[in-house]
Design a protein around this ligand. Structure first.
Ligand SMILES: [Zn+2]
Length: 598
């Protein structure tokens, strides 16, 4: 057995420098930093034959507060369950990538499935991990590899020998998505979609019921409105997903089954999952950033009685750098983060290019220690989380308001100047990433040449000095920068036309707006993972949940695949240029012919 810290790629680089190989070993990784599925994936890439993952109290145990039932943190026997499917390749039914898993669908054989882990993996509690850690010798771990157990952390290998024998069940089970539809009275072919999953690991009070019950409450409220004679202009679809936890199965398969209809009709998808107490958070498509901000300005925070938007602005200003604080004051809209993966929005935004937002409240609750374990139950939720459900109500108000506004807006509330500004920021990040990569390689090569690593070598340790690497090439960012500027210009001109049109803005423009997010897709997909077609947003190949923006370019730079960068950059530039052209057409459509040229 070898202890591999979080089991992230950087941890294996560290092991290599220490002269420790995991080839033929069972690795012990702790939860944290990466999504869990990355741990066995990277372990297998380095030749390990098995993987144990444990919850160290450093991450969500007694270091952070009292453990359950005295407090909310993970007790010694708490094991975090969860999918380890290689979802950065594709989520959903492993046997039907890209198509709906309905009766009669063509399935690939199990032996050809790319998303199964290559080695057996098992989650354990720290009570079970402690004797294993105590029986490892070898080097002391680096300081930032230490957890919070009362023992000295060693790397190994051995002398502990671990026997790992797992039983697998390969049965196929039927999943049940519940899908309810309110037909639109004016534009039945424009669909506004809302979803939360209903399946859980064990009890699931927090994940997913704290998000699922607000969604049910929204549906009930819309039902009441229907009885009173209200009819939405657009079609509203409420989805209650099954099989999210094993691999986003229910949402992915439903959306793949209805891919053509969704491509033609879907306006937006609003997702939630677990909910907590505290500050409003939203992540998603930046074409909806302004819209999300508008709704957040109208929802009252149950504790402070200020708006949820005001509260986020104030809290963020206490926790940030002077530059960000100045931006918070100057920028009209709060920024929303980009979406990675980890819940049911994935197929909508990443595969079908449907503008998506993920919502929730949190940050004030002390939770985390119950996550994906038997302790996520009603007692835990009502003692330590949103104890009187007021943030459940706030979530229903926020998401419900979004659905109603999307369904009834004359012109769909997409706003592209925030999108253009955000993309411009990503391009800047990529340029800096490439420059930093170059500088770092140059410096390291110089250190190697100067003999710095020979001086570091401790004869008692088997430190392996690094070898020189080829210098990263200069990259041509001009096409991407030009396309980004083009988008900025077109977004501003669309906004101007929309403002000028005012209440006379024609709903005819909505057909174009619905397609605007689709243009961010490339049918060829990302390198080595064609299912992921969004060129702006994707979960990282080596982060799992964590987002990589402009992923084709960013990951090619990060993983030093230099020859790929130009190809990827061209694809993104073309998509941004097409997006700009669409916005120009939309602007033209909003401008009455009589005033457009004369
Ligand atoms: Zn969930």
């Amino acid at each position: 057995m070898v202890y591999v810290n979080y089991g992230a790629p950087a941890d294996y680089e560290q092991l290599e420098r220490m002269g420790v190989s995991v080839r033929g070993a069972i690795v012990l990784a702790r939860y944290g930093q990466t999504w869990r599925g990355i741990k066995p994936k990277v372990a297998a890439e380095h030749g390990a034959v098995g993987c144990l993952i444990y919850s160290d109290p450093h991450e969500d145990g007694y270091l952070h507060g009292n453990v359950f039932p005295a407090g909310p943190m993970r007790p010694s026997f708490g094991a975090q369950r969860g999918s380890v499917m290689d979802m950065p390749i594709y989520p959903g039914d492993p046997q039907t990538p890209g198509i709906g898993s309905v009766p009669g669908a063509k399935k690939i054989p199990l032996s050809e499935v790319k998303t199964f882990t290559k080695i057996p993996v098992m989650p354990i509690s720290y009570d079970d991990a402690e004797p294993l850690l105590k029986n490892l010798n070898g080097e002391l771990v680096p300081e930032n590899w230490r957890g919070s157990l009362p023992l000295t952390y060693h790397i190994g290998p051995g002398p502990a020998n671990v026997h790992l024998r797992l039983h697998f069940n390969w049965d196929r089970k039927t999943l049940y998505d519940v899908v309810a539809k309110i037909p639109g009275a004016q534009h039945p072919d424009e669909w506004v979609i809302r979803g939360n999953h209903h399946d859980a690991w064990v009890n699931g009070a927090g994940d997913p019921i704290s998000g699922a019950s607000p969604e049910m409450e929204e549906a009930r409220a819309l039902g009441e409105l229907l009885k009173k004679g209200w009819k939405p202009d657009r079609t509203i679809i409420y989805c209650f997903w099954d099989g999210e936890e094993p691999g986003l199965l229910g949402s992915t398969e439903w959306a793949e089954t209805h891919a053509d209809e969704l491509t033609a009709h879907a306006v937006a998808y609003i997702n939630s999952d677990g909910n907590g107490r505290g500050y409003f958070r939203a992540e998603g498509s930046h074409s909806l950033e302004n819209f999300v901000n508008g709704v957040a300005k109208d929802i009252i925070d149950p504790e402070t009685k200020m708006t949820i938007s005001q509260r986020v602005r104030l809290v963020d200003s206490t926790r940030t750098t002077p530059e960000k604080r100045a931006e918070l004051k100057a920028r009209a809209d709060l920024r929303i983060d980009a979406l990675g993966s980890g819940s049911d929005y994935t197929v909508f935004i990443d595969h079908l290019g449907v503008a998506s937002v993920n919502l929730g409240f949190g940050g004030e609750d002390p939770g985390g220690g119950q996550y994906h374990s038997i302790y996520d139950d009603f007692y835990w939720y009502t003692h330590f989380q949103d104890t009187d459900f007021v943030y459940g109500r706030a979530l229903a108000q926020t998401a419900g308001t979004m659905i109603m506004r999307l369904a009834d807006a004359q012109v769909l509330p997409f706003q592209y100047t925030n999108l253009a500004e955000t993309v411009h920021g990503y391009v800047g990040e990529l340029k800096k990433l490439a420059a930093d990569e170059r500088t770092a390689t140059k410096e390291k090569n110089q250190q190697i040449e100067d003999g710095a690593y020979q001086a570091l070598t401790d004869p008692r340790k088997k430190l392996v000095p690094p070898t020189k690497e080829p210098l990263p090439p200069y990259l041509n960012f001009a096409p991407l920068e030009n396309a980004s500027d083009e988008l900025t210009r077109a977004a501003a001109s669309y906004e101007k036309a929309l403002t000028a049109a005012g209440n006379n803005a024609s709903a005819a423009v909505n057909g174009k707006l619905i397609q605007s997010e689709r243009l961010l897709l490339n049918p060829a997909g990302l390198p080595n993972r064609p299912w992921f077609q969004n060129l702006i947003y994707a979960p990282g190949f080596y982060t799992g949940y964590g987002v990589k923006t402009i992923p084709g370019v960013r990951e090619a730079i990060e993983q030093k695949r230099w020859s790929e960068v130009d190809v990827q950059m061209t694809r993104v530039s073309e998509a941004l240029t097409k997006e700009a052209a669409l916005l120009d057409e939309a602007a033209k459509q909003l401008t009455p012919a009589s005033t457009s040229t004369r």
